[in-house]
Every structure is written in C-alpha cells, then in structure tokens.
Design a protein around this ligand. Structure first.
Ligand SMILES: [Zn+2]
Length: 232
C-alpha cells in the first residue's frame, strides 16, 4: 500500500532512458528570456521591456545632433554641460538636452534600484534556502538542467525528465509548455516586496508541483479541447 506512494522516495520512480535535448537555439533563448520578464516589477520591468527602444531613440537623437551641431557640442548638451540655446540649432539640441537628463537620471535610478533589490533578494533566499540558493537563479530554467542538484530550485524528483517523457521525449515542446506554465505563475503571483530571484524561485516551485500533481498529458498539450469534444 505505502509502496504506491513513493512520489518523494528518491529512486523508486526513476524514469526510463531518454535522449538529452539539443542545445538551446538563439530564438528559444530569446523567447525564454522574454517569458521570464514577469519576475521583475516596477521600473526594472519597464526598462527591460521598453528600455532598449529608449536607448535606441536616444542614440538616434544624438547622431542627428552630432551631424547638425557637431559631436563635441552634442555631447556637452546631452550631459548638461552646454545649454541647447548656445548651439547652432536649438530646436534639435533641446530634445537632446531633455532626453539626456531623463536617460541619465532614469538609468541611475534603475541601477540603484537593481542593487538594492539584488542585495535584499539574495539575503531573503539565503535565509530560507541556504547559501547556494539564489546565486544561479535568473530566467526560467531549462528542463534538462533541473536534473542536477545545484540549480537552486526546489522541484519534485526527476521533474524535468518526467515532464519531457510526458511529451514523448520531445524536449523543445516540453520546454515550450514548461515556460508557458511558469510564465503564468510569474504573472499571477504577487511580486510586491520580493526580488526577481525570489519571484522566480516561487513560480518554479508552484508550477513544477502543480504539473507533477496532474495525471496524463500536460495542460498545454490538452489545451482548449479539454472541456468540449474537440470537433476540429
Ligand atoms: Zn505539453
């Protein structure tokens, strides 16, 4: 009787043989990183989503100014050394002066926020999970990496490999569905007062135990056909 309930017993439910996955492609890596953005909140999240556009726009504005008023003057205007009114073309230099101020203060604030949240985040994880936890936690983890002991997450035994087996050993599909589920937990959770590592750690814990408790196929495979009779 109790032999049936060996979910936590280490070797009793060791899964069968399975080929290791191929190396993650660049598209898959970028998709995984995008889906992992939910671990950030506030300005950290915003800068990661929109920050690159802002930097690109700023670079464009700077280039335009460098052409019109010269590179040196453009630099002086963007770091507030020179007034835009003293330049040859104030209507081009004024936006550069304002956005230079915004970019510098905005990114300085973001860096300060990052440092503070990183310190408190590591401290809170270390207090509850031990010293090694947290150091490696970043984006949503790769399923095959979860086999090894030092990933810093807490998951059911052999979770990664068993989830891949539920997809007939199709690692890319399994990884795709795993990321979709973790992303839902990331976005559903309350991130207030928690750092990104803590948020990711909790989402991985919840997603893995929920998926592990489900019998049969994964919810992303069954999809919307689950409720109806799936007539298409
Ligand atoms: Zn699936």
């Amino acid at each position: 009787m109790s032999a049936q309930q060996t979910v936590r017993a280490a070797d009793a439910d060791e899964p069968g043989e399975i080929d290791p996955p191929r190396r993650e492609s660049l598209t898959a890596l970028l998709r995984r990183r995008r889906r992992s953005l939910g671990r950030h909140s506030g300005i950290q999240y915003w800068l990661r989503v929109r920050g690159y556009y802002i930097l690109a726009a700023f670079a464009g504005l700077f280039t335009l100014n460098a052409v019109v008023i010269g590179g040196r003057v453009a630099y002086d205007v963007s770091v507030q050394i020179a007034s835009p009114w003293e330049t040859r073309a104030p209507w081009v230099a004024l936006p550069l002066s304002i956005s230079g101020w915004l970019v510098v203060t905005g990114f300085a604030g973001a860096v300060a926020g990052y440092v503070v949240s990183e310190v408190t985040d590591n401290r809170s994880l270390r207090r509850s999970r031990g010293r090694a936890a947290g150091r490696r936690i970043g984006a949503i983890p790769l399923l095959d990496r979860l086999q090894y002991g030092r990933h810093g997450f807490e998951i059911p035994n052999y979770f990664g490999i068993r989830f891949a087996l539920r997809h007939d050993g199709d690692w890319p599909t399994a990884q795709d569905h795993w990321e979709i589920v973790v992303e839902k937990f990331l976005n559903a959770g309350d991130a207030r007062g928690k750092g990104p590592k803590r948020v990711m750690w909790e989402a991985v814990l919840e997603a893995s135990y929920v998926l592990d408790g489900m019998s049969g196929r994964c919810p992303e495979c069954t999809g919307p056909e689950e409720g109806g009779d799936g007539t298409h």
